[in-house]
Design a protein around this ligand. Structure first.
Ligand SMILES: O=C1O[C@H](COP(=O)(O)O)[C@@H](O)[C@H](O)[C@H]1O
Length: 307
């Protein structure tokens, strides 16, 4: 249903306001080979309000979806993950998923298990990881293990983790080797879906503003030992991997992200922030925001109400 938003600051913009059905009508993944898990559905209609971000010159497009709050966003994200999981592009329909840490852990762990589906064909990796023992509350794998993997049955050997007992450079090489083994013949692993968070400074994964790692073009995984956000030692996928994925979804929730979301999506900068450098070469880019994180945006977005 087309409707202006009466009291919204975006009331003059061409904003759509409709409940989000399943499967997501605006979500048009790349054509994939048929898998043994699910047939490839017929092409879906074009997005009714494609958002073109000014931070994405050339062919790059970001589709921005705004939800009233975290729970609605989380439920929609879960729907998207299950939908994509049925379209895995790997051998035998394998679905490769890269997850970030931070606030995303809780969001996904709450919503994904609500609609459980088979995940024996999943390969799960982490977009970045802190080099701390898995028992440390800062460990991304440790958090997912406790909150999500205990609830959805991904086979343990299909969850790629760093080895936190190795020195940080070695841990990065070891993780890189594990990734390469899972994507034989691909110089740069092409993930079906990467879900990225973004810090209030514009960092994503463990790629921080003005850090030399932003220039990395050779390695698929890199070590960082001077992370401005603790803990200092981390392992991160590099921009070439983030930009090779079939689909990338950024998730940002809360007012603390509002000004940086505005900067990334609606400002062209000479030295773009890390999150603004994620522009999948052949893939799709989505931003899932709650109202608070989207409040400074003035460009077109898709608005979704409660599921
Ligand atoms: O340190 C990290 O921060 C980002 C953003 O976290 P959030 O709590 O602000 O959502 C996260 O995406 C990344 O994986 C993590 O290591």
């Amino acid at each position: 249903m087309l409707a202006p938003l009466p009291s919204s600051p975006r009331a003059t913009l061409p904003v759509l306001f409709f409940p989000l059905p399943h499967p997501l009508p605006h979500f048009r993944p790349h054509p994939r080979p048929a898998s043994c898990h699910a047939p490839v559905p017929a092409p879906q209609p074009a997005s009714r309000v494609p958002a073109r971000s000014s931070a994405m010159p050339g062919p790059g497009r970001a589709q921005v979806s705004v939800f009233p709050s975290g729970p609605e966003l989380g439920a929609s994200l879960a729907a998207l993950v299950w939908q994509e999981a049925g379209r895995g592009s790997g051998p035998g329909g394998r679905f490769s998923l890269g997850l970030s840490g931070g606030s995303l852990v809780q969001l996904l762990s709450r919503e994904l298990p609500r609609t459980p589906q088979p995940c024996s064909h999943w390969l799960l990796a982490y977009c970045d990881e802190r080099r701390v023992p898995f028992e440390d509350p800062e460990s991304t794998h440790g958090q997912y293990r406790a909150q999500l993997l205990s609830k959805i049955p991904i086979p343990e050997k299909q969850v790629l983790t760093i080895n936190p007992s190795l020195p940080v450079e070695e841990a990065a090489s070891d993780y890189s080797k594990k990734l390469k083994e899972e994507f034989p013949g691909q110089e740069i692993p092409v993930f079906d879906l990467l879900i990225l968070g973004m810090g209030p400074d514009g960092h994503t994964a463990s790629l921080f503003p003005d850090h030399p790692l932003l220039q990395e073009t050779q390695k698929i995984v890199a070590a960082i030992s001077d992370s401005p956000k603790p803990p200092p030692e981390r392992i991160t996928m590099t921009l070439p991997v983030l930009n090779a994925a079939h689909t990338v979804v950024f998730v940002a929730v809360g007012e603390s992200k509002a000004s940086i979301v505005k900067r990334i999506l609606e400002t062209e900068e000479e030295n773009p922030l890390p999150a603004a450098r994620v522009r999948p070469e052949h893939g799709k880019l989505f931003w899932f925001l709650d109202e608070a994180a989207a409040k400074e945006l003035t460009g077109p977005v898709e608005k979704h109400s409660v599921l």
